[in-house]
Design a protein around this ligand. Structure first.
Ligand code: ADP
Ligand code: MG
Length: 353
């Protein structure tokens, strides 16, 4: 098998922040490859570099047989398409949203019409041409932006968390579309996700990215089932935070994760660290509690997943936290998407990876 994309010791810095730290990786032709990692681990940065939208601070990027440099970057950009996590939908019809890129590439009206039709049918939105894109549901809008990318039929398709925050129906349509274009059009797909299950069901190989570093690459089963210091449990991909740690006088450390979030940990370690907190170790309440716990964050619930007796909540508190509570508490507290909650956990619940 031949590689289509290759990163060699790629580092990307944004000022003081090292978003990618010496990542090396080969994407083979016609594979579905997942970049798995918690928020802030560098997934989007990596995809943007693969899409030639951004260039590395150091290291080399090869695509389709060539090293990418300033003279061929814009050419390389045309051979791949990136679908961003936050969809950019234009305030016009679905047809015009999808036709836009085709027009730029000089397709005739007839060809454009055919390609739009085909792309819409792939994402199960056949006949939606005249609808106003902004009036569609979030999931449908996500499918329109996927259709826009598919219509271009590039060799490489880069999808940044394509199913984040979508309901199960839209998730399965998007997953089905991804496997279909891979199978029928030989499109190579690189997908960023923090969803372990997706990595397992959909993809050939997975790279585990932690704190900008490539922690592991392999078949999903190897990474997910095998013994690994990086990934002992599902919990480790949720509530994983990297930041600069400072030892406090009391012997604990405070870790400055970006976006203004600081986590106190019962550790004595300074410098860059990656830590995690188990979802079940975080207490959810509607008001602040007086307790000895060192970490209290106020946030809003952005996603609710029902697992029967337990409910998982994704809470935006500057950083995203995943917490797990019983269905009974969830009902009793009358929680829902949009509710404000307080998250409390002890410094001793913060574990070093
Ligand atoms: P992910 O997609 O895995 O959530 P990102 O690639 O978006 O991670 O970000 C990795 C790190 O780089 C984060 O600490 C983020 O805050 C930082 N970062 C990303 N883009 C920029 C930027 N344009 N300017 C400054 N920092 C950035
Ligand atoms: Mg991202």
């Amino acid at each position: 098998m031949k590689w289509l994309m290759k990163l060699k010791d790629v580092t990307k810095c944004y000022g003081e922040i090292t978003a990618l730290d010496g990542a090396s990786l080969e994407i083979m032709e016609n594979e579905i490859f997942t970049v798995l990692g918690p928020n802030g681990s560098g997934k989007t940065t990596m995809l943007k570099i693969m899409a030639s939208i951004d260039e590395p601070t150091s290291g080399e990027v090869f695509f389709d047989g060539n090293i990418i440099n300033n003279s061929n970057r814009s050419q390389a950009r045309k051979k791949s398409t990136m679908v961003f996590q936050k969809t950019t939908i234009f305030n016009t019809t679905v047809y015009k949203n999808i036709a836009y890129g085709l027009k730029l590439r000089g397709y005739s009206k007839k060809e454009t019409e055919e390609k739009v039709k085909e792309a819409l049918s792939l994402v199960k939105l056949a006949g939606y041409e005249k609808r106003l894109a902004k009036k569609l549901s979030g999931g449908e809008q996500q499918r329109v932006s996927l259709a826009r990318a598919l219509a271009l039929n590039t060799k490489l398709l880069l999808l940044d968390e394509p199913t984040a925050n979508l309901d199960p129906k839209n998730v399965s349509i998007i997953e089905e579309t991804i496997s279909r274009v891979n199978r029928d059009f030989n499109t190579t797909v690189v997908m960023a996700t923090h969803n372990l299950f997706q990595a397992e069901t959909l993809t050939n190989r997975v790279a585990l990215l932690l704190g900008g570093k490539m922690a592991q690459v392999g078949a999903p089963q190897e990474i997910l089932r095998g013994p690994s210091i990086n990934l002992a449990s599902f919990a480790r991909l949720e509530n994983v935070f990297s930041g600069n740690s400072k030892i406090l006088r009391e012997g604990t450390s405070v870790i400055a994760v970006d976006d203004g979030v600081e986590i106190e940990a019962a550790l004595k370690k300074s410098g860059k660290v990656t830590v995690f907190v188990r979802p079940e170790d975080i207490i959810v309440s509607k008001k602040t509690m007086s307790s000895s716990a060192r970490n209290v964050f106020e946030g809003k619930i952005v996603e609710v997943s029902d697992f029967g007796p337990v409910v998982k909540l994704r809470v935006d508190a500057g950083k995203e936290f995943v917490v797990q509570i019983t269905k009974r508490s969830f009902v009793e507290m009358r929680l829902n998407v949009g509710s404000t909650v307080f998250l409390t956990f002890k410094a001793s619940s913060v574990h070093l990876i």
